[in-house]
Design a protein around this ligand. Structure first.
Ligand code: SF4
Length: 354
């Protein structure tokens, strides 16, 4: 498998070009095509000589992704199943709002974390994505949706901190002023609770948003939803989050999936608030998005709002976020999992050839 050129910084591209015997200005042209104009094939880069493209193509690819399937509608949330060079596939989602476009990227093929309500976790982990494969997802969406997105959230398939180095490289490339120039505060890293990743992120000097999946007000219930609780218990996780806010002066967002009759009562909200009190944070409550593998339901709207009201009464701010992708199987991993059931990986290839 050839690495993706989208994973290289300008000085690294220059070394690749000069190392292949071409002048440094070709690297500038290449960077502009890849990071400025969202080119995802050699054919798109019309002003680069054929000999140059052929020489680089021996070791690198500008085309790490190809669309296999799309769900959604042109004006709303759109989701792509994207094929990788080795025949694996990942999902990328575009979530438009009135004044912004958000892209949700994957960081791994599959996931090791096995969260109970997540289709990605059900299939197990296959491999990490390279930084170029992560960055190329944003360019893919930019190319197909008429321009650069404003926000990138690392909330697709995979646990970002289980692929830390590639993810941080991708963040810095997305943030690069000569490329997509997505502001650090417009980039959200989401973790199921890998404490070493939170501690490491605190030392990076980045202004990115941190989002942590909690999903339960106590360790016992969290463990039933999230096996990671057995490795990094809630108390240790929240201690790391406190340290993170102290070092970075940033707020932490806790994701909390509301499951009817399981974690959605006013008492649960009070218990959650007691755990979170004393450091800058907020709660993002999300009614459960149904997946075939998890036997649970979303609470009613009234229950969701009662939960948030109780949270606020106990001093913690929260918002209710609808799962934007219900209609397009956009909850994490559902499109890929559905596709794998219908077609094993080696046969889902109705590629559009982009
Ligand atoms: S919710 Fe995220 S961390 Fe959990 S299994 Fe799914 S992809 Fe992995």
């Amino acid at each position: 498998m050839k690495p993706a050129l989208q994973g290289l910084f300008p000085d690294e591209l220059r070394d690749v070009c000069t190392g292949a015997g071409f002048p440094a200005f070709r690297a500038k042209q290449l960077w502009q095509w890849l990071q400025g104009r969202h080119a995802l094939s050699w054919d798109a880069m019309a002003n680069l000589p054929r000999a140059f493209r052929d020489a680089l193509d021996a070791g690198w690819t500008p085309a790490p992704l190809r669309p296999l399937r799309e769900a959604g509608d042109p004006g709303g949330t759109r989701k792509w199943l994207l094929g990788l060079d080795d025949g694996e596939s990942i999902e990328t989602v575009l979530i438009p709002a009135r004044d912004r476009k958000t892209v949700c990227v994957s960081t791994q093929v599959g996931c090791k974390m096995a969260c109970a309500f997540c289709a990605s976790g059900k299939g197990g982990w296959v491999r990490n994505l390279g930084a170029g494969e992560i960055v190329a997802q944003v360019h893919h969406v930019a190319a197909l949706s008429g321009g650069r997105p404003n926000n990138v959230v690392f909330m697709g398939m995979g646990e970002p901190f289980d692929n830390y180095d590639a993810v941080l490289r991708a963040v810095r490339l997305l943030n690069h002023p000569g490329g997509l120039a997505i502001g650090a505060r417009k980039i959200t890293l989401s973790t199921s609770g890998l404490v070493p990743g939170i501690r490491r992120l605190a030392t990076e000097g980045l202004q990115v948003e941190l989002s942590v999946s909690l999903h339960a007000p106590d360790p016992e219930r969290r463990r039933r939803l999230m096996p990671v609780e057995g490795r990094w218990p809630m108390d240790e996780l929240l201690a790391a989050c406190r340290e993170y806010t102290a070092v970075t002066k940033r707020i932490v967002t806790f994701e909390y999936t509301l499951v009817r009759g399981f974690n959605d009562s006013a008492d649960d909200a009070a218990q959650l608030a007691a755990r979170l009190r004393g450091f800058p944070c907020r709660v993002n409550a999300i009614p459960l998005s149904p997946v075939a593998e998890f036997d649970g339901e979303a609470p009613s709207r009234e229950t969701c709002h009662a939960f948030l009201d109780a949270l606020l009464r106990h001093g913690i701010e929260g918002t209710l976020r609808e799962s934007k992708g219900k209609g397009v199987s956009a909850a994490c991993g559902q499109l890929r999992r559905g596709s794998m059931r219908e077609n094993p990986p080696s046969t889902i290839m109705p590629s559009s050839g982009a």
